[in-house]
Design a protein around this ligand. Structure first.
Ligand code: ZN
Length: 181
């Protein structure tokens, strides 16, 4: 069993650093980091995590959408490790939807993101992969990708009125049937 890592919280300078590329994906340290990030993600009910969130300044993120306590309506996918990811292109269209962050507990925000994106990244076995992501999964990528540039979702919101507490979010938004939103 790998260790659960401590997640840096808003205010920690580690969250504001620019992440560095990973030269060797086969490095044992990198493999250990990925295992620990995965364990940390699962135990904290996240749908994505980026290495700077555990104070490791490297370009590494995991996108792992699945329904859980924090995101009951998330689609299910197998966790995808993305090393040195790049955003190749994006739709003109942006959509606003709710996000939270393991580094900003207790707060949710309505964040505008591109609806569809094309991305490129290095996989666990060192090959370059290109992929099109849409909707919630595209949102997770953009959120985690921002962490690699020292940005958090609060930097992307249009108005402080688009911020709510986790408690109000669960009460008003998750529990409201889709046709009443
Ligand atoms: Zn985050």
């Amino acid at each position: 069993m790998t260790e659960t890592l401590q997640i840096s919280q808003l205010g920690d300078p580690a969250l504001r650093q620019i992440a560095l590329p990973i030269d060797n994906v086969h490095d044992e340290e990198v493999k250990r980091l990925i295992d620990s990030l995965m364990t940390t993600l699962v135990s904290s009910n996240g749908v994505g995590i980026a290495a700077p969130q555990v104070a490791v300044p490297y370009q590494l993120l995991i996108v792992a959408s699945r329904p859980n306590l924090r995101y009951p309506n998330a689609p299910t996918m197998s966790p995808t490790v993305m090393i040195n990811p790049r955003l190749l292109s994006h739709s003109q269209e942006k959509v606003k939807d709710w996000e939270g962050c393991l580094s900003i507990p207790g707060i949710r925000g309505l964040v505008p993101r591109y609806r569809a994106i094309a991305v490129e990244y290095t996989t666990l076995d060192g090959t370059i992969q290109q992929q099109t992501l849409t909707d919630f999964v595209a949102r997770i990528f953009q959120h985690e990708f921002d962490h690699l540039s020292g940005l958090v979702f609060l930097d992307r919101i249009e108005s402080t009125q688009d911020l709510v507490t986790e408690q109000e979010y669960l009460k008003r938004i998750v529990s409201t049937p889709a046709d009443l939103k």
